[in-house]
Design a protein around this ligand. Structure first.
Ligand SMILES: [Cu+2]
Length: 337
């Protein structure tokens, strides 16, 4: 009798242990490690605006090297910049609300820098402090707020570090995913460059006075003037599209608009809990972000060419304009915008 009871207890305990082990195994957080030093953003033919879905790993680690780099800010115009990972903007950080995000910042450049994550709620003296060349800094945070956020160097003068190219976007997907299913997602980072001309003492370097005066040389999407006019984004007829627009500034607002359609949804700052509907143009402030959704319906905004712009047209004229090609339209050239 006793032996039988003991045997049953042992079996129950064994089953319980096995179940616990299996549960722990399936619940152990997968860690995704991304090194922005080895995965440099390809610049040719254009900064890759199309996004891959967020990974399911509950822990996401990013090694972000700070590097001096010569960047092309307009066709044939090079600029002596400072970057996260070798490009301006740097690579996209994409995570989910509730993930554990681990950052390792490594200063491989020639002067002190830092990193400021707008999506993080964390003491700035701890995570965003300036580190010297050859130094590194590690910190972690759990993003609580979904959206499209700016990441940038916050070392004074911040205007200088921003105009040099030190920014990248972070996208925080809502915990349960986005409420609207889309076929394609793109990231667009607007920024300005202030460049000393070929006749100056330091061609291709920062023009501090122009930056103070807000006299931008170029206003760009994803780091280079007019790149998506030459190399349009492509979607299929009928696609729903989500655009994550982040404005690095340093000083201008982006009046984001797509010529030929209306946004079904705009989420200011990118939080789907506060949607706006049927929006023509939405302002994204310097240091801000927003999420835009629209559909290229066959019956309405169907096959054809569409321009995305900042509707502040002095800035669009300096490079902040690109094209979306829907389907295979006859003509891409000859747009009025
Ligand atoms: Cu910096």
């Amino acid at each position: 009798m006793h032996g039988k009871v003991l045997g049953i207890v042992i079996v129950i305990v064994a089953v319980a242990l096995a179940t616990t082990a299996a549960v722990q195994l399936s619940w152990s957080p997968e860690v995704q490690v991304t090194d922005f030093g080895s995965a440099t953003v390809p610049r040719s033919p254009s900064y890759p605006a199309e996004l891959a879905p967020v990974s399911a790993a509950a822990v996401k680690e990013f090694r972000i090297p700070i590097r001096d780099a010569t960047i092309e800010v307009a066709k044939g115009v090079t600029y002596t910049g400072w970057t996260f990972g070798g490009s301006a903007p740097g690579p996209v950080v994409r995570v989910r609300q509730g993930d554990l995000v681990r950052i390792k910042l490594v200063n491989e450049a020639s002067m002190p820098h830092s990193i400021d994550f707008h999506a993080a709620r964390i003491p700035m003296n701890k995570a965003f402090r300036t580190i010297l060349p050859k130094d590194s800094l590690s910190f972690e945070f759990t993003p609580r707020d979904p959206g499209a956020y700016l990441v940038h160097c916050g070392t004074p003068p911040v205007l200088l570090h921003l105009m040099q190219g030190m920014y990248l976007p972070i996208i925080v997907d809502p915990k349960g995913g986005w409420p609207v299913k889309v076929q394609k997602e793109f990231v667009i980072v607007q920024s300005e460059f202030y460049v000393q001309g070929g006749d100056s003492a330091l061609p291709g370097q920062a023009n501090w006075q122009r930056a103070l005066d807000r006299q931008a040389s170029y206003v760009v999407f994803n780091g280079r003037a007019f790149q998506y006019q030459e190399h349009p984004l492509h979607v299929d007829v009928g696609d729903r599209v989500r655009l994550f627009v982040v404005n690095a500034g340093p000083s201008f607002t982006s009046d984001f608009h797509i010529v030929g359609t209306v946004f079904d949804n705009v989420y200011p700052d990118g939080d789907p809990r506060h949607p706006l509907h049927s929006v023509q143009t939405w302002g994204v402030p310097a240091g801000g972000g927003a999420v835009f959704e629209t559909v290229f319906d066959r019956a309405a905004s169907g096959e054809g060419t569409y321009a995305f712009v900042t509707h502040a047209f002095a800035d669009a004229a300096k490079g902040a304009v690109g094209l979306i090609q829907v389907g295979a339209p006859q003509q891409v050239a000859g747009m009025g915008h």
